[in-house]
Write a protein that binds this ligand. Structure first.
Ligand code: SAH
Length: 240
């Protein structure tokens, strides 16, 4: 509970997804920790079919790109009304468009979204969506990485999964969210569990010694070394 709200008065985190494939939801989010939390009402998910706002007898949603070129573009006069029906103008949730052109998703952005009321998430298909609906509805473009998917649905699942696991009470132990990769600006140290030796490889002695200060030092050192080797970009001061 934040802001001193009475237990039970905080409304659950709410995701609304606009998609041509609502059957893809909740998909994997209906299982495991996110699925249990969904069943408990700790968050909610509504997948709305953009095609319900399609035009004509065939409920058309797309058309050829102005200026020519390959593929099809989602029409603004379909997506606009679909967004308006899903989220009225006074809906406080951010409106996101999954897009390879977007600002890459980070753990910091995920944390900010998880602390808010939820998100309205538009999934593109085909070549993308008409630029005017991005401007007209103030959509924030969000990318999940520098590669191209065939649609925004899997990207939306990624974003929602990352948010939901941070909601209060969703993960087993509150501490398990705090020292992971990215949370401290570094990659996480290696983990080990039983057996003590496997195929000639032993668990590092320091982890078996019970000296918590030495363990913390070893982990911090491993985190820094891994980050230096694999993601030097995370160590730069000027990173966004
Ligand atoms: N022609 C577009 C790519 C369209 S891919 C371009 O070059 O930018 C079709 C849809 O998949 C997009 O509208 C978007 O919703 C989704 N998508 C593809 N790659 C993505 C990524 N890396 N992150 C988020 N969404 C993505």
């Amino acid at each position: 509970m934040s802001d001193g709200a009475e237990p039970g008065t905080m409304s659950p985190w709410r995701a609304t997804v606009l998609t041509l494939y609502p059957e893809m939801f909740p998909g994997p989010l209906g299982l495991s920790l996110s699925g249990d939390a969904l069943a408990r009402g700790a968050w909610s998910l509504e997948a709305r079919n953009i095609r319900a706002h399609g035009l004509g007898r065939h409920r058309n949603v797309d058309d050829t790109p102005a200026g020519g070129g390959a593929g099809m573009v989602l029409r603004c006069d379909v997506l606009g009304p679909a967004i308006d029906a899903a989220a009225p103008a006074d809906d406080p949730r951010p409106r996101l468009l999954m897009s390879p052109r977007g600002r890459p998703l980070t753990q910091a952005r995920v944390r900010a979204l998880a602390e808010g009321p939820g998100a309205v998430i538009v999934c593109g298909r085909f070549e993308g969506v008409d630029e005017r609906v991005i401007e007209g509805r103030g959509l924030e473009e969000v990318s999940i990485g520098d590669y191209v998917l065939s649609g925004g649905e899997i990207a939306a699942l990624v974003l929602i999964d990352a948010c939901v696991r941070l909601l209060p009470g969703v993960m087993g132990k509150p501490a398990s969210g705090v020292d992971e990769s990215f949370e401290g600006g570094l990659l996480e140290y290696p983990h080990y569990t039983r057996p003590r030796e496997w195929e000639g490889r032993a668990i590092p002695d320091v982890l078996m010694g019970g000296n918590h200060a030495a363990i913390a030092r070893w982990r911090a050192e491993r985190s820094r070394a891994l980050t230096r080797a694999r993601r030097p970009d995370l160590l730069r001061d000027d990173k966004l």
